[in-house]
Design a protein around this ligand. Sequence first.
Ligand code: NOJ
Length: 733
Amino acid sequence: MKKTASCILCSLMIQLTVIADNNRVLYKDSSAPIEKRIQDLVSRMSLNEKIQQLNQYVLGENTNANNLGEAVSTIPAGIGSLIYFESNPVLRNEIQKKAMKESRLGIPVLFGYDIIHGFRTIYPISLAQACSWNPGLVEQACGVAAREGSMAGVDWTFSPMIDIARDSRWGRVSEGYGEDPYANGVFGAASVKGYQGKNLSDPYSIAACLKHFVGYGESEGGRDYHYSDVSAQSLWETYLPPYEACIKAGAATLMSSFNDISGIPGSANPYTLTTILKQQWKHDGFVISDWNAVDQLINQGFAANKKEAACKAFMAGVEMDMTDNDYADFLPQLIAEKKVPMERVNDAVSRILRIKFRLGLFEHPYTPEASESERLLLPQSIEIARKLAEESIVLLKNEKQLLPITSRYKRVALIGPMAKDKENLLGAWQAHGQVNDVESIFEGLEKEWKSNIELDYAKGCDFEGDNESDFKEALTAAQNSDIILVCLGEKGNWSGENASRSTIALPSIQEKLVSELKRTGKPIVLILSNGRPLELIRLRSQVDAIVEIWQPGVAGGASLAGILSGRINPSGKLAITFPLTTGQIPVYYNMRQSARLKEGFYQDIPTEPAYWFGHGLSYTTFTYGNLKLSATKIKKNEKLIAEVEVQNTGAMDGKETVLWFISDPVASITRPMKELKFFEKKELKAGQKSIFRMEIDPMRDLSFPDSNGLRHLEAGDFYLTIGNQKAKFELVD
Ligand code: NOJ
């Protein structure tokens, strides 16, 4: 009797739950697990609604309040995502209202945008950021970008770019973190954390997008969009590791690359997009194609037409089609013809919805409409941009301690096309950065020196061309000065997408200006702002000091001024090698050993590059004690501790970065001459000592992948290198 009563109660409860569930609409219930919400929503969607989620459109580049209505009416309510070029949340909210109210199921739109090195508060380009060796600062800067972006209505940035680039003719070398896989992984992960915050659903978090998956930096000859010959060994050893590190850091999405990876394009490559990314690494977010990359499969000779392109990209593992409309146009037919199974469609839609749910878009689809002064260019944001610029600047040369410029110099000639320039200090991908936000070199120095040092400006020449008419004025300023600061470099649009150059030398007019100034016999400081390593072979010998400021963003002028005056001690070190000449490309620190140790070099130039990866001077001296190891022999399951004491033995406080490299001289697959495994930057006051420490974990630091991605840990001798010290240890079975 008792049993029967409880059964009745039970079934009553089940029935009540069902009724409640029907009324509740599971996918709208923020307390339900995300996976259940996705399942529920997908089960309610029509095929057309699913396909719309797989598409990204562009929301007019010059959209403003006057054509807002038109922009809203042209966007389908059920679209999956938009590239949002606006900086005002009003338009976003109008579109979002349409999606929430007019689409049958009220699925929010995901608003994406290229926030590459800042949204409005532009900070240094990624290549410069890596030279700071300060991932914490990079995380903070990306946090600023996320805050400004999210308050403008952006949910998702197409950043970070973690393509290893070793050919500086490629314009996009500026967008990545240099030549080293480990450094790209560390800085990429820092930026993912900065954008995504602790939780994607936090108010100022935006989703990151790792790009361009994968091997894009290997584009032949540095020509953009070209074929890339990436062996399976290089794929696993060089190009994939930063992606794996950033996926471990929680990156929500990826963008597939334009390049043809040894015959199978990155945007239709089942091995990279599905086998590695989804099956081996278990990434549960989604992949978007790069702009037009689906259609471009036709140019690449991988698809005969748009329909085949859509099929190949989608089946390989690209879930969202950026701007091509191929998925919208052809997936219905491809599904009807059974070339695309519904399971794949459901999986793709689920992946996109997962990110929308994680971002909290269903609960908070709209962006609060705060004023510009509440959200853009806040003093604390500029402060972060300034610190990052200071730490990114690399002092390449400083003969006879010419720098810093102290009061022994009364008159400084400030010469060159970059001296008063603002636009180019922003670099490529300026997002909503504005020229007037930037402090120029001239302005920075004027503020720094006030009336203590007299600044005499002359432009000298343009960035390119052959007009020498301004040389005379520059020479007069130089003659009348105690020291010459010559500010040269590249225009911002010489870097970035579709901005390859056949030479990494500066245009000859800029080099000629320096030769002219040299005739005055005055000391010369060369200040460079550029988006790639430059060929300095003709310039280096003519000047006494070289300061590389990269494209430093809004606070570039103040940061450089601090370094020139000695208020700031330079602490940047190169994250990419400067070749001696363009013809020396590729040259990078982690090359393989040549078969003949002392032969095989170019006959017409020296063998060494101009400045190696890791090079960077300081105004103080750091003295390294002996490198100590906790053991000289370890087993595969043991750890080794390495330590070095570093002392600031100069007179000025400063920051030192210790870069720890491992070499494996003999292995079953040849290894690079050395590989960066760890780095650490610390501030040391004048006279202060500190121990820098690295823990070597054999599986993590001594193993290497084969061409299938399997890791091998082989017994034998290894070397640990820091600075000019090398310590040997043995790994035993
Ligand atoms: C093409 C670029 O390759 C990519 O990096 C960028 O994110 C997209 N366009 C969107 O602007």
